[in-house]
Design a protein. Structure first.
Ligand code: SF4
Length: 412
């Protein structure tokens, strides 16, 4: 069969760091062992309706799998374009919607002929198998049974060719922390890990293929800290860290021993989810980190040359100017190299979203602000406070970051 896997363009343009939909490439990889598979990734390719229709007709595409993504930290919702593409392709091929948005809403998506509503790779396999009785794709019985993503499938796309030294690696999925704003729990309920051997072997392949920058997609690489330490030690014992640079996301529940290992293993950037400098707000978020320990951990990471990113949220119901200033004080004290401050967003799939009144749930996400009755700040005031702080912060931090780059080089 001829299968086309499509990633629609995001609803809002973002300036993302390197990345692609891991799920899109994983599905394409699995199906490609049994069928002809093409990829159209409109997160980085220019969309041209006529070109897409012509491709589908010329290649005689039997199934178009369209990813409906949701607001994750690194990607963006793309459901407007997904619905448009599905409407356009329905007369030429069989459309199947899949992706985080479908797993959260558990509803049929737009006019798609079928929708995969559970985040389970075997469901997609079953849907595809329905169409081809002669070549049945077997189920994947365990997380380690998944094939390594076939990174070469992206190379016909110019963006990935231009970034051919960058790739993604997934060593685990999920996170069992209890953050009520986190949307990921809406599509990934449990924490699963690849075995160390699986990761080491995939890293060998990554090295052999000339990659240099490895962006680890795990929601929280250090959720199981002892596992994270063991894995880094094994990567170093096997010399797999040489000539590679790693980038991870982590909560702040780590220690100096982990940071020393991270440094030796060439982890260049750690992106920390801290959220607030105020303990009452952290309790409201059910963030479950020890805020008192945060500055010393971040300062230690900075001191050994790891680049640090701090992620924060403003807009909890009890947020005041004082609590915002506590957050800003924490950021200055930690001296993060990069700071992302978001307006609290009640996103579908999160525990927070469930607390909204039914009439507010007509939208997939609701910003916390005075206008929506969720806190005392107007949306534009939050933006102003945030922008003013960030512009002053980066001015003040310029010398420190320049010195860090002089001492340790650029992060990637
Ligand atoms: S630590 Fe990060 S990934 Fe885990 S629940 Fe909280 S926000 Fe989500």
């Amino acid at each position: 069969m001829n299968v086309l896997v499509i990633y629609p363009k995001p609803d809002k343009a973002k300036k993302p760091r390197f990345g692609f939909s891991y799920e899109m490439l994983l599905i394409a990889t699995i199906l490609s062992k049994y069928h002809q598979v093409g990829i159209k990734d409109y997160s980085c390719e220019t969309f041209d309706e006529h070109e897409l229709i012509e491709y589908v007709r010329r290649e005689d595409v039997d199934i178009a799998l369209v990813e409906c993504d949701s607001y994750a930290l690194k990607r963006s919702q793309n459901i407007l374009h997904a619905a448009e593409i599905i409407d356009m392709l329905n007369q030429y091929t069989h459309t199947i919607a899949y992706g985080n948005y479908c797993y959260i809403t558990k509803k049929d998506f737009g006019n798609a002929k079928q929708t995969v509503t559970d985040n389970e790779i075997n469901n997609i396999i079953d849907f595809v198998n329905q169409y081809e009785k002669n070549s049945t794709i077997p189920h994947v019985e365990a997380y380690d049974e998944l094939p390594y993503i076939d990174r070469s499938m992206l190379l016909p796309i110019p963006y990935y060719k231009d970034n051919e030294r960058n790739t993604l690696l997934q060593t685990s999925k999920g996170c069992e922390n209890t953050c009520i704003f986190c949307q990921r729990k809406g599509w990934q309920h449990c924490y699963v890990t690849h075995s160390d051997e699986y990761v080491l072997d995939e890293l060998k392949t990554i090295k052999e293929n000339g990659y240099r920058n490895v962006w680890i997609t795990d929601e929280n690489f250090t959720f199981n800290l002892s596992r994270a330490k063991k894995l880094l030690s094994k990567i170093m014992q096997a010399n797999l860290h040489e000539d590679l640079r790693f980038f991870i996301s982590s909560w702040a529940n780590i220690d100096e021993e982990f940071l020393d290992l991270a440094k030796k293993c060439n982890i260049r950037i750690i992106s920390f989810g801290i959220e607030s400098g105020n303990s009452e707000i952290l309790q409201f978020y059910r963030k479950n980190i020890n805020i008192k320990k945060v500055p010393s951990i971040i300062q230690y990471a900075n001191s050994i040359g790891i680049f640090t990113v701090g992620n924060f949220i403003i807009g909890a119901p009890m947020e005041t100017e004082e609590t915002i200033n506590e957050t800003f004080y924490l950021i200055r004290n930690c001296e993060f190299d990069q700071v992302n401050i978001k307006n609290l967003d009640y996103m579908i799939g999160s525990t927070l979203y469930e607390s909204l009144d039914d009439e507010q749930k007509v939208k997939d996400h609701v910003f916390a602000c005075f206008e929506n009755g969720l806190n005392r700040f107007k949306l534009e005031d939050i933006k102003k406070i945030k922008d003013t702080f960030l512009s002053e912060y980066y001015k003040a931090h310029r010398t420190a970051i320049e010195q860090k780059i002089r001492l340790y080089g650029t992060p990637f």
